[in-house]
Design a protein around this ligand. Sequence first.
Ligand code: F6R
Length: 608
Amino acid sequence: MCGIVGYVGSKPAAPIVLEGLKRLEYRGYDSAGMAYVRSDKLVVKQSAGKIRALEAKMNGAMPDVTVALGHTRWATHGAPTDVNAHPHADCSGEFAVVHNGIIENSALLKRQLIEKGHVFKSETDTEVLVHLIEDYYDGSLRDAVIRALENVEGTYGLGVVSSKEPGTLIAARNGSPLLLGIGEGENLFASDASAIVQHTKSVVCLDDGEVAEVTRDGYQIVDLDSVEVNKQVDTVEGDRDTIEKEGYPHFMLKEIFEQPRAIVDTMRGRLQEEEGTARLGGLNLNDKELQSINRIVLIACGTSWHAALIGEYMLEELSEMPTEVEYASEFRYRTPLVDENTLVIGISQSGETADTLAAIREAKARGARTLGIVNTVGSTIAREVDGGVYIHAGSEIGVASTKAFTCQVTALALLTLRFGRLRKLSVLQGREVVQALRKIPEQVSKILENAAAVEDLAERFSLAQHTLFLGRGYNFPVALEGALKLKEISYIHAEGYPAAEMKHGPIALIDHMMPVVCVAPQDAVYQKIVSNIQEVKARNGKVLAIVTEGDEDIAAIADYTFEIPETLDCLTPLLSVIPLQLLSYYVAVKRGCDVDQPRNLAKSVTVE
Ligand code: F6R
């Protein structure tokens, strides 16, 4: 995700800003840039790719300046290119802006600015800001920024530098974090404390609607009416590692708790309630082309493959689109039957998984159209497919995938709406799904509020040697995912099964030592899984059931239950998987395992 670092002081500013940007690298980005004023002239350096590409562009030599503003960009509007990288400069080359967030009315503002004669260089929403500042500048950079911000709708964390006022930086915030670092004879600001904590632990967190004027000797914070705001100076506790984890002991737990926000980001700007559908501009396919598709093949590995299975159920039930799911590693080496009417969709968090990439290439070579459901912007899969849907989960650092899974399932629900409305899904059915999707983030939060109950249950699982996860229908893939999560981070042997298959073999394993997790919300197959739970109990198995709120029937037979809110059948995986993620996390912690970097595993599997 985007990052901002600004420095004004007496030390060499460029290396400090670059170092700060490097500390934000873990958030993921696809281009970087820096602006500073040298010999009264504004200089802007931008580069697609990693920070080292930016350093190379600066010829390895750091400019001798004491004020600098840097940015790492995670592309939203416009591809990750040099030109789209921040900072963006105005027509006169006197102002430069870095920005996190989205300016929602940028298209309108851009048209108005072009009519006034402004020339735009990038495809970004951000560039409108710097042209507005240029327009409004009348002797005060701060006032020009405030007047520019009066025009914009959307979110921003903003940094501004200008050759008109070379010793000053302006920072502003609305909906995107920004904090000032207060030093001795130097001041900084950044979108994340980890970028500045090595310089100072005294920070002032900006609130929405606040603008800060920052110089070497001090800072002043005002609101958008230019009224001064007195803010408390806080002390940042902990080292860089703790800060990046935002107080969570592990990235995995942080990412589990980020899911309500991440799911909102996957859906942002895409749900169209009136029409009961979803807008997915990145598909690069018009209605006619979408209607010509007669089959979908979903290819993925691991957790992404489990998300694909849920997608298959959704696409077949709600859009009546024949859909198959394949392991990418199998697809690439067999003779897959695909043609120009087949849509092959690769699902990948990293966008770099070797098997998924090779399977997409194979599908393309055989004439299929390809799409990606990807998290990492600008990754190889995202670049090679004909179109796609970014899930916008934010960078996932814990090796065990959590928020990417729920965001992938959300993206598949959006795709289902898009196909469904072109095929069999009525507008009323579509609206029902849209309305239920809107409730999901709050429902996930509600489950997370109850995490302590899962932690208690984890105590009972931490000594197990084998476990079984059972589910049916939409929750069969959730059972697979629960088992994968547990085995990969706690090293307890875990198997996921469609619940009815249990009696065809695994039932032999069940005894009083064998915990069985049953994912059993009140959906279309509820009565069937109740029977399966009875079968486990009849053999003295210990049952933990994930049930819908208020389910007394299962509570009466299971050993433990954990409740989740009610939703549509197709969306239950978004809720039922959360306690399973928490369960695996807490079990692994109790067993003293390295949760974020489990043995033998890699976050991005770039070998086959
Ligand atoms: C499990 C996990 C892996 C990945 C798999 C695919 O927690 O993270 O199973 O899901 O390696 O990775 P991506 O989605 O990056 O293609």
